[in-house]
Write a protein that binds this ligand. Sequence first.
Ligand code: SF4
Length: 245
Amino acid sequence: MNQMEPPSIRVSEIFGPTIQGEGVLIGLPTVFVRTGGCDYRCSWCDSLHAVDNRFRSDWQAMTVEQIWDQVRALSGGEPLTVSLSGGNPAIQPLGELIEFGHREGYRFALETQGSVARDWFSTLDTLVLSPKPPSSQMSTDWARFEACLAAAQGRPLTVLKLAVFDDEDYAYAKDAAARYPHLPIYLQPGNHTPPSPDTDDVIIDITGVMRRMDWLVNKVTHDRWFEARVLPQLHVLLWGNTRGV
Ligand code: SF4
């Protein structure tokens, strides 16, 4: 890339306003900027259309101004929270976008698995670190994770959010909480029937997801793990596997 060209950001989709469906900002009206590309391949990824290189041709290289025009139009120019998600949004150059939006009073939340640290993490309003448990078939590099925390410099509201599918994942979540006792932790039942990037008719097993939610609540209360917050994925309850809501 020519040094003088503005950095381009790989975008899978921009949509909203809708509500944030999970974690610390649940229920908050939000515009989503979903970037394309991820350094992970979780077995149960629910955003493969923004991860798998097969869909790369659907991702657009956009400038900050192009992204911002869409965010502003979707929000009617009224500042709100912009969720930077993916894929792994940390692999994109998002610092300038955050700076740009802050000037107009918008707020930024970023969700990442914590594998790539960026100095602009410290400029976020909310940083959601979502390390992936064993059922994802990924392994966590805690040194890289620590680097993400260090990059944030304690400035954004920083929380842990973990999907839990089974006992092994639950043990992993407890270990993560023990490593970072100062971080609020949010647990959510995993969706074992995630959307497919190829078809839009994957039937979601809501009954199974809610059974897992019930199991998770029982685990947490039985263990007297009173710092953990257990939440369903609200968008999954409302819209199942539908994209762009
Ligand atoms: S880190 Fe997130 S976006 Fe990347 S593969 Fe895993 S679940 Fe999908």
